[in-house]
Design a protein around this ligand. Structure first.
Ligand code: 6CS
Length: 312
């Protein structure tokens, strides 16, 4: 059979690299082929998730930034400063976490999705038209966020005016000044040329971009045990590959941005400058628990325990 796999990025961006490795592994070890659909070919993130749930797609990569309304607990990835920025620790966390590999697996299954893996795509940076040295600088800034209620709460707590939009509206929105800021990992700031429409890149350390790869569950459950094993092995191999692939990527892509736009101002906030963002985090965590109740609290606690284990 030919299986269809859609993702939210271009072929040569991180999700595309993962997908190509996954395809290569599946095709080498089963009789099936995989057809890849990069960002834009089948619509926005919300569209490809619908298609995967309907079984039109067999595989989909959708980041929790867009899964928040479907699976409220997935918003946990937007509690500021919960995830470390250290990529090695993150790699260990995603690989071994009970929260990811058991608890989230069940929550995705409840929505007809077989969660194959989650992986990190790098620390997110804010890009804006004016400098950001503290929360006060975000006052009156319409800041684009993914369509995720907790991310809206975060930017509200940071002092900005959060504006949820699908990705396709971000470049134009910045160009026409409908929005004045957005956040994304460094590689994406370069590959999507978002640096052309913003003048300041600010690292606050408040989050790491996470994404999730899943299969339609009816499709997956209907496969032979052999095919299921090959899919699991392919997603493990692609996970290891993508963690390795990203080593040094944020640094090299930041250099390319500086080359393309020498007047870009890049700032890494000091511990003192981060204080107001860190103070806001406690409020956002409280909101998360209000939104998700016992189920969210349980997953948050489990994640904290898993993160601690990965720190050693
Ligand atoms: O900000 C976004 O909407 C996009 N960011 C990344 C890094 N991947 C896909 C997503 O659509």
């Amino acid at each position: 059979d030919t299986w269809r796999y859609a993702f939210e990025e271009a072929m040569d961006e991180v999700q595309g690299k993962f997908a190509q490795k996954f395809k290569e592994e599946v095709e080498a070890n089963t009789d099936h082929t995989i057809q890849l659909f990069p960002y834009g070919t089948l619509g926005e993130s919300a569209d490809i998730m619908e298609q995967a749930q309907a079984g039109i797609l067999q595989f989909v990569d959708q980041s929790p930034g867009f899964t928040g309304s479907l699976i409220p607990e997935a918003q946990v990835f937007f509690v500021p400063y919960l995830l470390p920025t250290d990529q090695e620790q993150l790699g260990r966390f995603f690989k071994n976490s009970k929260a990811i590999n058991e608890d989230f697996q069940q929550l995705y299954a409840d929505q007809g999705l077989e969660l194959l893996t989650m992986f990190p795509e790098g620390e997110v940076a804010m890009t804006t038209k004016e400098p950001v040295n503290s929360c006060a600088d975000l006052n009156e800034v319409k800041f684009r966020v993914m369509t995720n209620p907790l991310l809206v709460e975060s930017y509200q707590a940071f002092g900005a005016t959060p504006t949820p939009l699908p990705w396709g509206e971000v470049y134009g929105g910045l160009q026409t000044n409908i929005i004045q800021g957005q956040e994304n990992p460094t590689f994406f700031l370069y590959s999507t040329k978002i640096y052309e429409v913003t003048d300041y890149i600010t690292y606050t350390g408040h989050n790491n971009f996470t994404t999730a790869v899943m299969a339609n569950k009816d499709f997956y459950d209907g496969l032979s045990e052999e095919d299921q094993k090959a899919i699991q092995a392919a997603s493990e191999a692609a996970f290891d590959y993508i963690v390795e692939y990203q080593k040094g990527l944020a640094d090299s892509e930041l250099e390319k941005i500086k080359e393309a736009k020498p007047e870009m101002t890049v700032t890494v906030l000091s511990e003192e400058q981060r204080k107001c963002f860190k103070d806001a985090a406690a409020e956002v965590e409280k909101k998360f628990i209000e939104m998700t109740g016992d189920s969210g609290k349980k997953i948050l606690d489990q994640m904290k325990a898993d993160l601690q284990a990965a720190a050693q």
